[in-house]
Design a binder for this molecule. Sequence first.
Ligand SMILES: CC(C)(COP(=O)(O)OP(=O)(O)OC[C@H]1O[C@@H](n2cnc3c(N)ncnc32)[C@H](O)[C@@H]1OP(=O)(O)O)[C@@H](O)C(=O)NCCC(=O)NCCS
Length: 161
Amino acid sequence: MLIRPATPDDVPSMRVLEQQTETAAHWAEREYDALFAADAPPRIALVATSEADAGRVVGFVIARCATAEWEIENVVVAREERNRGVGIKIIRELLLRAQSAGATSVLLEVRESNLAARRLYEKLGFSQQGRRSNYYHQPEEDALLLCFSITNLRQFGLEAE
Ligand SMILES: CC(C)(COP(=O)(O)OP(=O)(O)OC[C@H]1O[C@@H](n2cnc3c(N)ncnc32)[C@H](O)[C@@H]1OP(=O)(O)O)[C@@H](O)C(=O)NCCC(=O)NCCS
């Protein structure tokens, strides 16, 4: 599996993955296209691709990276590729890039009932910083606000190889 920055050619594959995933954040096509616009808010988008399957996109992560506090906005792994470490690898790569860019922390919100995502973030060393009541709709649910402190990269064995 290869992890690399997304290109405009990856957008259709990213949209398919997102649309197949109920717990993903759902964006309009123009929001994906804006990832690559010169005047867009600073974001990073990484894709995981399968070398065994002609470079098929099997996962992606998108984060805002305007300040010292990066924010993960979306992360999706293809259903048939889950539980094989893709999620860990792609977020680990994002954390390393945040470190290289001088960020101090990476934040995100997650549905309280999304146990798979919570387990993934917990394993990476994210910790709960707060709760946003009724943050999500359809269905209504609280969001947990999680934070990863970049100083923890070494502690969790995530320093650059
Ligand atoms: C959350 C998600 C990205 C995880 O990706 P993944 O590639 O399956 O994760 P990994 O294989 O790297 O697993 C990482 C850890 O999470 C755990 N995990 C993964 N799926 C799980 C599940 N369904 N239930 C419980 N734990 C789970 C794994 O067990 C693993 O920990 P372990 O080594 O102790 O077993 C994936 O399930 C997904 O795309 N979900 C839908 C989109 C979504 O909810 N995004 C998050 C929005 S905040």
